[in-house]
Design a protein. Structure first.
Length: 89
């Protein structure tokens, strides 16, 4: 059986809702990803013309959140992250 994780999405910034949701889900036996996606304008603005947060605002917080989830997932599935970090020029 492959592991399943809940990724919290559209979490309000500067609130405890994400932490509270993660605690509630964990208490019910769910595995919660250690990264979450916050409700950020870059996600909405990018959709207007079909871009990702990384394309819309590459150095922004939304892109950083997506990268964090991606890098974490690579570790979960055993995939190399070499060449996939924003720090690589």
């Amino acid at each position: 059986m492959k592991p399943a994780y809940v990724v919290l999405n559209a979490v309000p910034p500067r609130s405890n809702i994400g932490r509270e949701a993660a605690q509630g889900l964990t208490a019910r036996g769910a595995q919660v990803a250690p990264h979450q996606l916050t409700h950020r304008a870059a996600f909405a603005h990018g959709v207007i013309d079909g871009r990702t947060a990384q394309e819309f605002e590459p150095q922004g917080k939304a892109a950083e959140e997506v990268e964090g989830i991606y890098m974490w997932l690579c570790g979960i599935v055993g995939m190399s992250t070499r060449g996939h970090s924003r720090e690589v020029a």
